[in-house]
Design a protein around this ligand. Structure first.
Ligand code: P1T
Length: 380
């Protein structure tokens, strides 16, 4: 099956009892056993729920995995994944990542006896040198949030496989429509399904997808034992959202690139970070491993924090809000919003400075979005 067909049919289908074409919301915590030693397919909604199962099968199909798992949030997915590792293990984490991932790794995982090392994953020699016998996982984001750095997933997977190290990719920005890390040899794909997969900014949810059966069993055990799963109503909403993922991603890509090009040519913009622009240093790598670009990217504005505040205050179609990937456009200031959980020195070292702005371009009419930017920039 091809992508759009999978997003509409995988895991879903007329339900057995009444033939409901849309997967019902099985809003129940528990299921009747036939007898004490004979439960049906489901016994308790932490362990499994039919609405969740439909979404997990769909997610696995979209990422070309064998099993998918959903979680209460993206951070719950990442935290559950980290429970695969323990005291004495060494984990390599991309030196650029979402602020909440950084906080989880540096303020929680690191205090649990796991050694966490931040590495520039564009430096493959440094990565190779950082791997030691205790290394268990390389945690990757590509593109990175918010600086849009691209890393070579296939090259990292090859290095890791040779040394028996797991690789995990946070594939939130591109969604399975534009990038499938498992096809490049990666072991685990993570999603904040809050973003493009749901696409309507009305649910928080996370996902993990794997190909390997043993890894799948270990993740299922953790999902059930930790209780980090989502509820059935949210699964229903994400199932509804995912059906239009392909159409939305094409529209996000088109609008995002149009705004990036407009900003790059504008005298009040210092630099635009968008992997679809000729000026992006890893443009070719992105074309090699992904099928397109999402609608989220960042740029540096002139006049420092004053310039950033003036732009944000004067846009009318871009609410100032964290998150991304919804049909509506959003804009945010990573320095004070999404990446505030990182120490100031780490932010500055990465390039998350006061005049950096991140935009999630929605699927509105591009003429309106461009006119909004044009007008707001006169105040900068
Ligand atoms: O918010 P949650 O669903 O828990 O997902 C966390 C997360 C993980 N990975 C990436 C790449 C993300 O962007 C996020 C959440 N990010 C935002 C809220 C944001 O505005 O960047």
């Amino acid at each position: 099956m091809k992508f759009r067909t999978k997003s509409i049919h995988a895991g879903q289908g007329p339900e057995a009892l009444y033939g409901a074409v849309m997967t019902p919301i099985y809003q129940t915590s528990t299921f009747a056993f036939n007898s004490p030693d004979d439960p049906g397919e489901f016994d308790y909604s932490r362990s499994g729920n039919p609405t969740r199962k439909a979404l997990e099968e769909c997610l696995a199909a979209l990422e070309n995995g064998t099993r998918g798992f959903t979680f209460a949030t993206g951070m719950a997915a990442t935290a559950t994944c980290m429970m695969l590792y323990g005291t004495g293990d060494h984990i390599i984490v991309s030196d650029e990542c979402y602020g909440g991932t950084y906080r989880l790794m540096m303020d929680i995982i690191k205090n649990k006896g796991i050694e966490v090392e931040l590495v520039d994953l564009n430096d493959l020699e440094a990565l190779d040198a950082a791997i030691r016998p205790e290394t268990k996982l390389i945690w990757i984001e590509s593109p990175t949030n918010p600086l849009m750095k691209i890393v070579d997933l296939e090259a990292i997977a090859t290095i890791a496989q040779a040394k028996g190290v797991h690789t995990a990719v946070d594939n939130t920005f591109l969604s399975p429509y534009f990038q499938n890390p498992l096809d490049l040899g990666i072991d685990i794909v993570m999603h904040s399904m809050t973003k493009y997969i749901n696409g309507h900014s009305d649910v928080v949810m996370g996902g993990l997808v794997v190909k390997d059966a043993e890894l799948a069993e270990r993740i299922y055990f953790l999902q059930n034992a930790l209780g980090t799963c989502p509820g059935p109503q949210d699964c229903f909403l994400v199932l509804r959202g995912v059906k239009t993922l392909a159409l939305r991603m094409e529209a996000h890509q088109e609008n995002g690139l149009a705004i990036a090009k407009f900003l790059e040519a504008h005298p009040k913009i210092e630099k635009v970070l968008h992997p679809g622009l000729e000026s992006h240093p890893q443009r070719e790598l992105q074309r090699k491993q992904a099928r397109g670009d999402c609608g989220t990217f960042s740029f540096y504005i002139s006049n420092g924090i004053k310039g950033a505040h003036a732009l944000l205050a004067n846009l009318t179609l871009f609410p100032q809000a964290v998150s991304l990937g919804g049909v509506e456009s959003l804009i945010e200031h990573p320095w004070s919003m999404t990446h505030v959980a990182m120490p100031e020195s780490a932010r500055i070292e990465m390039g998350i400075v006061e005049n950096l702005i991140r935009v999630s371009v929605g699927i509105e009419d591009i003429e309106d979005l461009l006119a909004d930017f044009e007008a707001a920039l006169t105040h900068v």
